[in-house]
Ligand binder design. Structure first.
Ligand SMILES: NC(=O)c1ccc[n+]([C@@H]2O[C@H](COP(=O)([O-])OP(=O)(O)OC[C@H]3O[C@@H](n4cnc5c(N)ncnc54)[C@H](OP(=O)(O)O)[C@@H]3O)[C@@H](O)[C@H]2O)c1
Length: 241
């Protein structure tokens, strides 16, 4: 992808921006000259990252709490671009699903981003963008990922609907495949290696994703002034095979 000079001097809020892919996006946007607002429900973690970036700030933002969204939007002031990464996993067989787990998954990826868009719409406009996070599971049904697949699928439609209703704000989604983002480190070395190896074997590009694959896509979407309502698949073609 190309350079991101269009980010110079812009204000970018990254929700879920303090670790893993969110932290990589915060760093990449700052490297591209943006003033970054690291939004996270763990304010200490967000502040720790913000202090490492030039011209950055941190804000508390819990996507499941509308009051927190309102306070964060008020605290950040004008914004050019917003990226929304929160997720909540409920990866169990359908025979074991719990109502609370399903609702939490939907709240993180669909309800929360919709409420965030509600409060961003009055303060963002022409030239601005909102980027949501979907995921390849939406296009590759497999147990026990039905809840994750359905919520990620809903993100595609949320981006398309918001793109029309909130125009000229551009709204897009990124759909990663398996990315070695740090989120899998808790599996332990052997299980993580097996996951990444399996992912590499299951896509045409024959490797797992790297954080830069995603940061390149997100930063490109911020500057892609004629792209809206799209879901950009960053998964090596995994949904096709
Ligand atoms: N990595 C992959 O292989 C992969 C594959 C497909 C899709 N994705 C998607 O890419 C996105 C980022 O993934 P990742 O790998 O970086 O995993 P991750 O660390 O789980 O990313 C989720 C981020 O959202 C934050 N978050 C969770 N709940 C929140 C809430 N209620 N309010 C505010 N922030 C909240 C988390 O921070 P705290 O929990 O510390 O608060 C974390 O920073 C997710 O939407 C994920 O579904 C990732």
């Amino acid at each position: 992808m190309t350079t991101h000079t269009s980010l110079n001097g812009t204000r970018v809020l990254v929700v879920g921006g303090a670790r893993n892919l969110g932290a990589a996006i915060s760093r990449a946007a700052a490297d591209a000259g943006a003033h970054v607002v690291v939004g996270a429900r763990d304010l200490d973690r967000a502040q720790a990252l913000a202090t490492q970036l030039p011209d950055a700030q941190a804000v508390h933002l819990d996507i499941t709490d509308e009051a927190s969204i309102v306070a964060a939007v008020a605290a950040t002031g004008p914004l050019d671009h917003v990226v929304v990464l929160p997720t909540a996993h409920h990866n169990v067989p359908v025979t074991a699903v719990q109502r609370d787990g399903v609702l939490a998954a939907l709240e993180a990826k669909v309800v929360g981003p919709l409420l965030l868009a509600k409060h961003l719409a009055p303060v963002m406009g022409e030239g601005g963008s909102l980027t949501l996070f979907s995921g390849v599971t939406a296009w590759r049904p497999a147990a026990p990922y039905t809840v994750m697949g359905v919520t990620n699928g809903a993100v595609q439609f949320l981006a398309a609907h918001l793109a029309v209703e909130l125009a000229p704000l551009r709204v897009n989604a990124v759909s990663p495949g398996i990315i070695d983002s740090g989120a899998w480190d808790g599996l332990g070395d052997d299980a993580k290696h097996a996951l990444l190896t399996g992912a590499a074997a299951a896509n045409p590009v024959a490797r797992a994703g790297r954080p830069q694959d995603v940061t390149d896509a997100v930063l490109w979407l911020m500057g892609a002034g004629f792209v809206t309502g799209e879901t950009l698949h960053v998964e090596g073609g995994a949904r096709l095979v």
